[in-house]
Design a protein around this ligand. Sequence first.
Ligand code: HBI
Ligand code: FE
Length: 440
Amino acid sequence: RRQNTIKKRTELSRQVSFKEVIDKLNYSGLELIRSSDDAKILKLDLIINSFTDSIRVLVQLIQKITSIGIVLKHLETRPDKAHPGELEIFVQIETKKPLLMEVLDSLVPDKIDRIEIKSTEKADNVITAEEIWIPKHVSDLDKCGHVVVKYEPTEDPKHPGFGDKDYISRRAELNAIARDWKFGDSMPDIQYLPEEHETWRIAYSKLKELRPSHTCAEYCKNIKQMEDIGLITADKIPSLQAIDKYLRAKTGFQLRPCGGLLSARDFLASLAFRVFQTTLYLRHHSKPNHCPEPDLIHEILGHTPMFADPVVAEFSQEVGLLSIGASDEQIERLATLYWFIIEFGLCEENGKLKAIGAGLISAFGELQHAISDTPEHAPFDPYKTAIQKYEDSDYQPLYFVAKSMSDAMEKLRKYALDFDRSAINVYNPFSQTISQLSHE
Ligand code: HBI
Ligand code: FE
C-alpha cells in the first residue's frame, strides 16, 4: 500500500516545500533511498547547488542536521562553477531516511538549483532484516523520536491553533523540552499556564459525563483509582512525574516526552520496552473537546488509565515487540492493529458497545459517534483488522469490536504465530533490553 518512493511519501505526508525541493533532486543517486527501509542507517553524500544565498543555505543545513541528531561525517565547500559567487556545498552524513526527509524539507526551494544525493554504499544494496537498525536498550529510544509533520498548527489550516502565534510558540517551547530530554532524566515538571489548566478542566469534565455509559469497565476502574488518590483531578493538569511513577508501579509502563505524532516505527518500538511516548502540549483552547493530533489530554485521559491495565499493557508491548526489525509493510499492519484497538477499539459489555480506545475516550464527539448506529461495527479479527484502511482525519466509518481485552490479546497471539519474521524478539525487564532469537 504505502509505496516507498520519495515522491509517494511527499504526496502522502510531506509539506509543499519538500515537494518543490524533490523536483530538483538528481534521481540517479536515489535508488537506494527509494528501496530502503525507514529504519536503516544510510550513508549519504549530498551535493547542494544554490542560485543565491548559499552561505545561508549552509547555515540552515548545519543547524537542522545538528538539531535532529544526524551524524555529520564531512563538510566541504568550494566555488560553484555553475553559480558564480556562490559556494557548492558537499556534506557526508549518516542518517535514517525520515531524518533525511526532514533536512530536505527544511531547505528553501527557491534558493536551491539542484541537490544530488549519492549513497556511499553500493547502490544495489539489498535490505535484509539484519541490516535494520533496532533499539536494543531502552536508552536507544533517544533515537526513536522522529516526528511526522502532519496536522500541526504550523502546517495545517484546519488545525484549531493555525495562525495563533502564542499557541504555536508555546507548543514549540514544550516540544524543545521533549527534544532535549534523554533517557535517565525524570519527567519534566512543567508549570502549565492558567489557560492550559482551564482547557484541561473543560475537556475532563465533559468526558467524565460520558464515562459510565460510553467507556469500558477497565477504563472506569483504572481512572477511578487514579482519581481516588488525587492523581487526576478536574482543577489542574496532573503531574507527569506522578503519573510516570504510578504506571511504573502498576504495569511497569514508563513515560518519555515526545514532540508530536511519531513515525509508527518509532512509536511502536517504544512500546516494546513498555515506554509510552507522550506529548507535552495541549490542544488549542478554542476547541477543548477536539484535537486532530495527539495532545496531553489525549495521553493522560485516554491512554494512561488503559496502560495501568495489565492486559492492555501486555497487548501493547507484544505489538511493540512484533514491530522490532519488521519491514515497512509489517509496520503498517501492526500500526493498523494498534490503531483499531488501542486508539479506536470498542468492546461489548452486557450487550452494549463501550470504548476501549484512547482516541475515543478522549474525544467527546467521536465517542458518541462510535457507539451509535451510524458507523459500521465488525468483530475484531487481527487478520482482517491489520489490513483495514483507516481514517485519520475524521471519524471512523468502521470500528472493530473485541469480546474483551483478553480475547483481543489471545487473537493477537495466534496472529503473531503466523506473522512472518526472521527473528523472535525477547524483552528482558531486568536489563531493559531486547534480544533477537533467530529461528530457521
Ligand atoms: N505518535 N506521539 C504519538 N502518539 C501516538 O499515539 C501515535 C504516534 N505515532 C503513530 C501512531 N500513534 C499510530 O500509527 C499507531 O497506530 C501506532
Ligand atoms: Fe494515542
